[in-house]
Design a protein around this ligand. Sequence first.
Ligand code: GTR
Length: 412
Amino acid sequence: TALAVVLTMAATAQTTEIPDTSYQLPPLLITQSGKAIHTAAGWEKHRPEVLALFEKYVYGKTPAKKIPVRFVTLSVNTTALNGAATRKQVRAYFSKDEKYFMDMLLYLPNNTGKPAPLFLGLNFGGNQTINADTGILISKRWVRYEEGAAYKDHHATEASRGVQAGRWPVEEIINRGYGLATIYYGDLQPDSSNSINAGIAPLFYKDGQTKPAPGEWGAIGVWAWGLGRAMDYLETDPAVDAKRVAVIGHSRLGKTALWAGAQDKRFALVISNNSGEGGAAITRRKYGETITKINTAFPHWFCDNYKAYNDREDELPVDFHELVALIAPRPVYVASASQDLWSDPTGEYLSAWHAGEVYKLYNLTGLPGAVPPTVNTPVGSGSIGYHIREGGHDIQLYDWQQYLDFADRFFK
Ligand code: GTR
C-alpha cells in the first residue's frame, strides 16, 4: 500500500508562485517487502535498505575499501584569536607518495578544561577564506572562483584571507565553547565536471578502472568521505570530544553534510543549511531546482544512475525526507532562506517534518506540523530543528546562532 501524502499548504510569505504540493512520497514506514514499520527496531532493520537506495540511485556507493591515512600536524598555535583558541593545522595523507592529501584547520577553545564539542564542515574557497588569521595556510588548489583580487586563474591569492569570514563566525563559536574544524572541499575533488580523476577517487579503482561505475560515488560522495576521514582524526585528538561532533554544510556542502551524516553514525548532529535539491528538499515537488537542472549544471555531483531520473522525479525510488530520516535518532537541523526559492524552502521544511515519523518511533519529537514557520522564527523543540532566515542563499551569523542554541540542547 502506498501512502498518499497530499498536502494543502498554507500560502507562505516567501513563495512567489503557488507550489505544486500534490505528490506521492515513497512511504517512510513501509519496508521494501511491503511490511508496515511500527517500532524503532523495525526501522533499524529497514534503514540499510533506504541507505542502499540512496547509494544506488542518488549519490553512488562509497567504496568499502579502507585506505591507510596518515595524519601529520603541520602547526599548532595556542594563542590564536587573541588567545581565545588554539589553532591547529593537520594534514591527512591518503597515499604513501604524499600526492593525495587534505588539510584540516581546527580552532579549539582554550581554558575550558575539557575536550571540546565541535562543528565540522567543508569550505568553498580554501581554509584561509574562513578567517583573516594570517597563520592559516593558503590553499594551492584549483578553485571555482576566477574573478577578483582573491583568486587569480582559479587559484587563491593572499587577498583571499578571510573573504568568507561572514560564513564562519569562529569567534562566536569559540566563545560558546565549541571548536571548529574545516577542510577545503577541493582537497578531495575539484568542483568541476569531469573532475573525478583529479580527486581522490582513483585511489579506490580496481585494476583497469578509469571511472566510477554508474552506482559508485560522485563528487558529493567523495566530499562526504573526506568528512569521515576528518572524523577519524578527531577521534584521536584529546582536545576534541568526538562524541559531540556536529557535521555542517551550506548548499552543495549541505547536501554533502546530510550524506555524510546518513552514512556515518559517528556524527552526533547534522546541519543542512540551504541544501536544496539533492539535499533536504523534496524532489517530487519539482519546485526551484530539479533533477534535470542539477544533473545538467553539475553532472559530477551525483552517481550516473541519478541521471536516469531527469524529469522522472516521481519514479525515483526515494525522496529526500528519507535522507533526513536516516539521521534518526540523532538530532538534525534543516535551514532555509526566504529569498532562496531555488532551494525550495517549503520542500526543505516538509522533508524535515516528514522525517519526524521516524523520530517518533524512538519517542522523539519532530517538527510541529505541515505548515512552515514565518521568517526568523526557529521551530522544533525536539530532535528536529528548522528555521527560515530572512534573506538570500547563504550561511550567516543568524543561522549559526540557531545551530549553536540547538547544539547546546544536546551537547551541553
Ligand atoms: C547552485 C546549485 C545548488 C546549490 C548551490 C550552492 O548553483 O544549483 O544546488 O548547491 O549552487 O552550492 O551554492
